[in-house]
Design a binder for this molecule. Structure first.
Ligand SMILES: NC(=O)c1ccc[n+]([C@@H]2O[C@H](COP(=O)([O-])OP(=O)(O)OC[C@H]3O[C@@H](n4cnc5c(N)ncnc54)[C@H](OP(=O)(O)O)[C@@H]3O)[C@@H](O)[C@H]2O)c1
Length: 244
């Protein structure tokens, strides 16, 4: 197989792919030969524009609502071989200022989103005895880099959820996780501060990641090149977690 076409023949659903890391992953998956299905919370211009650009189908729904997720996936009427659970939100408030609504919104998007999409595709993967699920956590999910508490707790949950699901669904379904460091997307634009700038200065590679650099690791974990890896979280952070 041509190494550049390592996802040939596979259908991949990428959540939160209207922009940022998800959009970069969608473009790369297309380059590597996958049939891509995009997803966003709403039918935004970005989502429709990317679908046109890479000639792919798309769905939109709130990742935190199981019924909507299941209905949208059923409406696709297509077998999902690869699921990338990338959709997520950040809340950069300190612990005291986070109210119950903030906690629910973050956990609905970042944790239940992973659970809901996985529940919707796993039955088909079991039936076909094949599936790759890649969850997107964050370096903030590790105690050494924990940031805002709701976001950090949700991303730590994704790391353990990955291991738990991998254990339960082996040997036919692989479940792995990528934990990015600071990456140039709208999410970091929104939360940019002098504190983040100081942290970026401390990154051994001296720069933020391009979304495509995160996407390359997602491709690796989605392809059969990672045929003996399951339950793991790969950190892609330019060395930040080992810099302290
Ligand atoms: N950027 C970073 O530095 C960084 C670092 C570590 C980890 N991450 C993680 O990487 C993932 C992607 O981040 P990003 O920086 O690319 O973010 P982004 O540019 O803000 O994009 C987020 C995507 O997720 C979708 N989304 C958010 N909440 C949703 C919900 N409740 N239901 C459905 N879709 C939802 C958005 O859809 P709409 O456009 O329709 O709202 C959008 O497509 C996230 O899980 C994030 O936590 C990012």
């Amino acid at each position: 197989m041509n190494k550049e076409r390592c996802l040939e023949g596979k259908t991949a659903l990428i959540t939160g792919s209207s922009r940022g890391i998800g959009a970069a992953t969608a473009r790369l998956f297309k380059e590597y030969g996958a049939n891509v299905i995009l997803h966003g919370r709403t039918e935004s211009c970005e989502l429709k524009g990317l679908a046109k650009e890479i000639d792919s189908n798309y769905i939109y729904c709130d990742a935190g609502e199981l019924n909507s997720v299941v209905k949208k996936i059923e409406s696709l009427n297509s077998n999902i071989d690869i699921l990338i659970n990338n959709a997520g939100i950040a809340r950069s408030k300190n612990f005291w200022d986070l109210d119950s609504r903030d906690w629910r919104e973050v956990f609905d998007a970042n944790v239940l989103g992973v659970v809901n999409f996985s529940k919707a595709v796993i039955p088909g993967m079991i039936e076909r005895k094949y599936g790759k699920i890649v969850n997107v956590s964050s370096i903030k999910g590790f105690p050494s880099n924990a940031g805002s508490s709701a976001y950090a707790a949700s991303k730590a949950a994704v790391i353990n959820l990955t291991a738990s699901m991998a254990n339960q669904y082996a040997p036919n379904i692989f479940v792995n996780c990528v934990a990015p460091g600071f990456t140039k997307t709208e999410m970091t634009n929104q939360t940019w501060s002098s504190r983040i700038k100081r942290q970026v200065d401390e990154i051994p590679l001296k720069r933020m990641a391009e979304p495509r650099e995160i996407a390359e690791t997602i491709v690796f974990l989605s392809s059969d090149k990672s045929s003996y890896i399951t339950g793991q979280t790969i950190i892609v952070d330019g060395g930040l977690v080992i810099s302290n």
